[in-house]
Design a protein around this ligand. Structure first.
Ligand SMILES: [Zn+2]
Length: 109
């Protein structure tokens, strides 16, 4: 079972208390952007077998959206953090790099 700690209220919530929101750190493209950029924003998502950054909502708790970094292969959770940032906190990136040598946040974006 997936268990994430909400970074806002501090509750350790299992997946039945959470609502998934898909990939985190998407760059939004709207009207006026190129067709390719808009298509990418609407339809193209990563589906890695490994480190992934996701959006979750603490639906049966405080109701806030947050981000989680986890490994989809092992279900290891590296941490959760505010959804109001454009990149994961450095301590989470360091935690990932410790178990995934060669991991590079910038290269994955
Ligand atoms: Zn919460």
């Amino acid at each position: 079972m997936l268990r994430l700690t909400c970074p806002y209220c501090g509750a350790a919530a299992d997946e039945t208390e959470l609502t998934p929101g898909g990939e985190a750190h998407l760059t939004r493209h709207g009207p006026g952007s190129s067709d390719e950029a808009f298509e990418g924003y609407l339809f193209l998502r990563k589906n890695p077998y490994g480190v992934h950054f996701e959006r979750w909502r603490h639906a049966h708790g405080c109701g806030k959206w947050f981000h989680a970094a986890r490994d989809t292969r092992s279900l290891q959770v590296f941490g959760t953090y505010s959804a109001q940032v454009t990149r994961p906190p450095q301590d989470i990136i360091d935690r990932i790099a410790a178990t995934h040598p060669g991991f590079d946040w910038e290269a994955g974006q």
